[in-house]
Design a protein around this ligand. Sequence first.
Ligand SMILES: [Zn+2]
Length: 390
Amino acid sequence: MIKQVISILADLVAFDTTSKYSNLELIEYVQQYLNKHGIESELVPNEEGTKANLYATIGDATVPGIVLSGHTDVVPVTGQPWTSDPFSLLEKQGKLYGRGTCDMKGFIAVCLAMTSTFIEAKLPVPIHFAFSYDEEIGCIGVRDLITELDRRPIKPLGCIVGEPTSMRCIGAHKGLVHSRCTIKGCPGHSSAPDKGVNAIFQATKLVSMLQEIGEDIKQNGPFDARFEPPYTTVHVGTISGGAVLNIIPQHCDFEFEFRNIPSHDVSPYVEELQQYAKNTLLPPMRAVADDTDITWHIDSEHALNTPDTDTFSLWVRQVLGKVEPTGAVSYGTEAGLFSHINIPTIVCGPGSIDQAHRPDEFVELSQLQHCIDFMHDFIATIDSKDWLKV
Ligand SMILES: [Zn+2]
């Protein structure tokens, strides 16, 4: 089995599916692979038709099944000092190197290699493969697929998102609200600042406010000890504005994010920022020039918070042979979105997050083997008909 996984992984890595490119060649490859096994798959494409999610069912589609979910896109290699070709799989000393080996084509390769085993097992519940695009740029692609699943009368029993967790069971992750704020000021000669509106000055007031909010949360909580750090974090990642020193800058924009613990609704902070911009910053800006403005583009990803008492979570941990509490991580995944439509979801996959997004990204062969063993135990457990009776 491991040889087959390596061979599929080599094929998957060879497709440069950096989020800015199309993933269709890879999707076509998966579709053909499944076709050869007599499995049909449906595609949920993006509006432009340049990318697609793939959803396939092995077994009886009229009963609720288990979703094995992974994203097909990878982060860029630009500027990273790779010592081998990132899009050509390299096996060395028990490790497989290549972009996406760990995050997360390794998991997809294991799923695909298991196809005939899943078919032959004639499981009482179907297995669904859900392979998405654009996860790395804000879990964008899978949303249409999830909307589609939510619409259907039969919902999956549970979902495993195979992000690299070193095969640990993760039941919770933080949510994410990310935003770009754009300030339109009014240009003029820097010798007469009162005749224009300095967009950078306005932006820094909002940035300072974000910093204060972050400090306040750090001091006063709320706290959730499962996370590191155990509170919602606030971060400004980019800021740009102005052209030359002697012109009042007409433009400034900055991007910021809140990474919230599951119980913490951060929308009041965003509201507070917007109200401050509208009621305090904008009136004096408009008094100088009518067309000055402050605009926001806000997007969010749901936190994951599957309770340890959840039957599906207990079952997965039992299959893994360790009914210990699930872990929590501070990075986001598509799991929060599946969970949001009431599909019990856990994150568990081969490889370590420490290797994800890095130059010379790798997954250990032993991790892939661990994942294969997990899938076999998983089949054996479902087959025993006692499954989910934990
Ligand atoms: Zn990932």
